[in-house]
Design a protein around this ligand. Structure first.
Ligand SMILES: Nc1ncnc2c1ncn2[C@@H]1O[C@H](COP(=O)(O)OP(=O)(O)OP(=O)(O)O)[C@@H](O)[C@H]1O
Length: 382
């Protein structure tokens, strides 16, 4: 489809220097320097190219089927707010025929998630979309605040990531929805490619640029319509469209390794703006050697515990770099999909329960020695 610049008769009469004109429509004043290619363009052309690129991504990947129910993972942050807004707009403009629902996970982080969920509730009214909220408290009987108090802040992203993935799937399943879209953008994807290269994590590297991910046997597929959208352009779009979003960072520690990869990429982007897309394209075109793992190796990999919970409550996710993932299995404890006998969430929960008892023993400083132990034992409940 050829690009037709949107008309703006109000601004046409004004005299603008040729050097200041939008490089796309050549009639309005350029207001924005596009982060993706440094093109100087006007606001209306920016809206148009930004939305059209997302539409092209959706069409090329055949993301939606007519009549499909789609849940937008809505955190209230800039990415998912823009995603909900643009998806609704494109659905109306191009008649995708999808039914959009906002799905939010309440991790239980006071002063952060409660405020961002208030934004999602406003978005629900502004965009006239149904909203479903699923909480860690209901699913796991723990909030992130309690997890951090028990296991420390160092592993907070690991706990939160594992629980959130599962919570989004469970929330979608509850609504009878089999497609969850998230606001992961080009920067997130390029960072993930770099992180997997730095870690030598070949199994994850192979999957890290997929726009759709789904475990075989799983009813829920996930997709990333912002796969090629730059973070900076999403922020610009939200700003110029005056969208209502929540911009505070999570109160707990950011993932340190991702932070380092992000900084490296930001520095590269200064010299070469296209590097974000280039990294994604490199990942897409990477052809890995066929795996040589024997059946025995695969079996022992699937039996290996996916999470190591240390005695101080911190956790380490095992990275399986030699063998492939085994899809389609179910966790023996919760029945949720897992490539291991016991899923990561259940192992983390078990570690937390053990640590809860230990922490309550150690916390009481009002008495010492045997009295402290007796008092703690009196309070313990299993
Ligand atoms: N609490 C949540 N509830 C529902 N979806 C979530 C939640 N947290 C994250 N997501 C989904 O996962 C995507 C990536 O989240 P992440 O926190 O890694 O990035 P982000 O850049 O902060 O995203 P956002 O700006 O949308 O908050 C989000 O865009 C959203 O679609």
């Amino acid at each position: 489809m050829s690009f037709v610049p949107p008309s703006d008769p109000v601004n046409r009469a004004k005299k603008i220097k040729v050097s200041q004109l939008c490089e796309i429509c050549h009639c309005r004043k350029a207001l924005i320097r596009r982060p993706k290619n440094l093109q100087r363009i006007c606001k209306l052309c920016f809206f148009h190219v930004f939305e059209t690129e997302i539409h092209n991504t959706i069409v090329c990947a055949n993301l939606f089927q007519k009549g499909e129910k789609v849940a937008v993972g809505a955190s209230g942050g800039k990415d998912s707010t823009v995603l909900a807004y643009v998806l609704k707009l494109l659905n109306d403009r191009y008649n995708y025929g999808i039914h959009i629902v906002l799905l939010s996970i309440d991790e239980g982080i006071v002063g952060y998630r409660d405020d961002s969920l208030a934004t999602v509730k406003r978005n629900q009214v502004q965009y006239d979309l149904p909203l479903e909220i699923v909480s860690y408290r209901d699913l796991y009987d723990w909030t992130m605040d309690e997890i951090v108090a028990c296991a420390g802040v160092r592993s907070s992203c690991t706990y939160c990531g594992v629980f959130r993935r599962q919570a989004l799937d469970r929330g979608a399943a509850k609504l009878g929805i089999s497609h969850v879209v998230t606001g992961h953008n080009a920067d997130d994807m390029a960072e993930t490619v770099l992180m997997n290269i730095f870690r030598g994590d070949v199994a994850r590297l192979e999957k890290s640029t997929a726009i759709i991910t789904q475990s075989s046997g799983s009813p829920i597929k996930r997709s990333k319509p912002f796969k090629y959208s730059y973070q900076k352009e999403i922020v610009l779009y939200a700003h110029y469209k005056k969208l209502d979003y929540f911009s505070t960072e999570c109160s707990y520690a950011p993932e340190a390794f991702r932070g380092t990869a992000r900084e490296l990429m930001k520095n590269l982007e200064l010299i070469r703006p296209s590097c974000i897309i280039d990294i994604i394209h490199s990942g897409e075109n990477l052809i890995l050697k066929p795996k040589k793992s024997s059946k025995n190796e695969l079996r022992s990999a699937s039996e290996q515990q996916p999470v190591e919970v240390r005695s101080d409550g911190s956790v380490k996710l095992q990275r399986n770099t030699t063998a492939g993932f085994i899809d389609g299995g179910k966790c023996e404890r919760c029945g949720y999909l897992s490539s291991n006998r016991i899923c990561k969430a259940c192992i983390l929960l078990e570690g937390l329960e053990k640590n809860r008892a230990k922490v309550s023993l150690e916390k009481d400083t009002s008495v010492a020695g045997a009295a402290r132990l007796t008092r703690a034992l009196e309070r313990l409940s299993f």
